[in-house]
Ligand binder design. Structure first.
Ligand code: AMP
Length: 471
């Protein structure tokens, strides 16, 4: 067995690893670090949870130990597809480099340019960035990439999904061809293969096992729901999910619930919260500060259900969760593997439950083909009971009490109203501002168990109440 002390890492790095409590390198670390320290390019085919971040950060710090940064010319560059991932790499760097004097800057959207500009002006050893933001800085003339000795591309498959490959190619072109490159991807799509063939020089190719095949500790289950109409399907899925959550009860310590679209992440988070469940959304359109706060709460065990899109969740450094739910089956089968890999880590048991409707059949086929097995089928428990208001109430009160019920209309996402799923018949008839979720109870569609509002209820305009005399 390899030990960290066998790996010729800088003693300052070894000290930090020791303090972080790591005893032995993970397989990707044991294999990649010796090549990286020899100066070879590394192509790592590994997904998150394998320890891949340390597999490039540790040799990077060791290599940069000698030499000094020059103004505006970072000595190394780490590219990550999302802000969260970039921020996580930065956190990792801080942990492992804490006994060195190396400096870093983080260039991500949602963080003001000014501070980062100052750091870069002074000179940084490690620049961690998302591709778009990096190019923004470059185009503003704030940055030179000709001093880059090491370049890291993390989660290239996700970069491909997000359309960043042209940016990555451009950035490669701006760095010296003598640089050392570490390139990580969970899968090797042809487009990624092409990029690695073009920009990596005789790389050491290191592949670590897929989690789905490696982890026997995940119990998987597929619940088939019989709902073909799209508007009905979403409601059925929400009911089924709530029933499953109720059935699993205390067994759920914490869970990530995946949706395919950002808008559905918002809708689901809202619906679950309305049912008094401890849930919050995370996706790329949310403010950076909100995302960070949500993630911190989830990590600290102060939030039970994290509703996430793939992009936001990919590579998030959250502890192993007890449950993963696929509210939607992913359209890329690899994402299924990524998603369920959030549970059952480090030998602990975990449960992954997926919901599907007939329209998802093609996705299921792809997933089962990739896994080379049929997912065990389960049945949806009876829908969780819905709390109804105790007695008929006046319009305003009933509207306030309504959140305890399944809303008749889709709760609408704040940022992407145009992309909302087709509203139900009821909401299509409702006034426009009711569809937008206006807080005015007069504009809400009527709900089950609510007294019918006759005429204008409490809200008769003043001018109609004014006295008048008949001549
Ligand atoms: P990553 O695959 O880089 O996202 O890392 C997954 C998690 O494993 C992170 O929380 C790391 O802090 C942790 N980790 C990385 N290397 C080791 C190691 N050698 N021993 C124990 N934990 C590790």
């Amino acid at each position: 067995m390899t030990l960290f002390s066998d790996l010729k890492l800088d003693p300052k790095v070894l000290k930090a690893i020791n303090e972080a409590g790591y005893t032995t390198p993970t397989p990707i670390q044991a294999q990649a670090i010796p090549y990286a320290l020899e100066g070879r390019d590394v192509l790592g085919i590994a997904q998150t949870g394998t320890g891949k971040t340390a597999s490039f950060t540790l040799p990077l710090i060791t290599r940069l130990g000698r030499g000094r940064a020059r103004a505006r010319m970072p000595r190394s560059l780490v590219l990550a597809p999302t802000r969260e991932l970039a921020a996580q790499v930065a956190e990792n760097f801080d942990t492992y480099a804490k006994h060195t004097r190396l400096t870093k800057a983080l260039l991500i959207g949602g963080v003001a340019f000014g501070e980062q500009d100052k750091l870069i002006d002074r000179g940084v050893d490690v620049l961690i960035a998302t591709p778009g933001r990096l190019l923004d800085h470059f185009e503003r003339g704030k940055l030179l990439l000709t001093g880059v000795e090491v370049m890291v591309v993390d989660e290239a498959d996700r970069m491909l999904d997000m359309g960043f490959i042209p940016d990555i190619e451009r950035i490669f072109g701006l760095t010296p061809f003598t640089r050392q490159t570490f390139f990580y991807s969970a899968t090797m799509a042809p487009e990624i293969e092409r990029v690695t063939n073009t920009f990596l020089s005789n790389p050491a190719r290191i592949e670590v096992a897929r989690q789905a095949t490696a982890s026997e500790t995940i119990t998987q289950e597929l619940i088939e729901l019989d709902a073909s109409r799209r508007d009905v399907a979403a409601k059925r899925k929400r009911e089924a999910l709530r029933a499953i959550i109720a059935q699993e009860g205390e067994k759920i310590e914490n869970a990530v619930i995946f949706c395919n679209r950002k808008v559905d992440v918002d809708i689901l988070a809202k619906a679950l919260t309305q049912h008094k469940l401890d849930a919050a959304p995370i996706h790329g359109d949310l403010d950076q500060s909100v995302r960070t706060r949500t993630l911190e709460k989830f990590r600290a065990g102060e939030l039970k259900l994290l509703i996430a899109s793939d992009v936001a969740a990919r590579g998030l450094d959250v502890p192993s969760v007890s449950h993963v739910f696929n509210f939607d089956l992913p359209s890329h089968p690899e994402d299924y593997v990524h998603r369920i890999g959030r549970t059952g880590r480090a030998g602990r048991s975990g449960k992954a439950i997926s919901l599907m409707v007939p329209a998802d059949q093609k996705y299921l086929e792809q997933i089962e083909k990739l896994l080379e097995k049929t997912l065990p089928r389960g049945t949806a428990p009876e829908p969780a009971p819905v709390a109804k208001p105790k007695r008929a109430q006046p319009a305003r009160k009933a509207a306030e009490a309504a959140p305890a019920q399944e809303p008749e209309q889709e709760p609408t996402a704040a940022k992407e109203p145009a992309k909302s799923p087709a509203p139900s018949n009821t909401s299509r008839k409702a006034p426009a501002n009711a569809r937008r979720g206006s807080g005015n109870p007069r504009n809400q569609p009527r709900r089950e168990g609510q007294d019918a509002v006759v005429g204008m209820g409490d809200h008769v305009p003043d001018f109609l109440m004014r006295e008048f005399r008949v001549a």
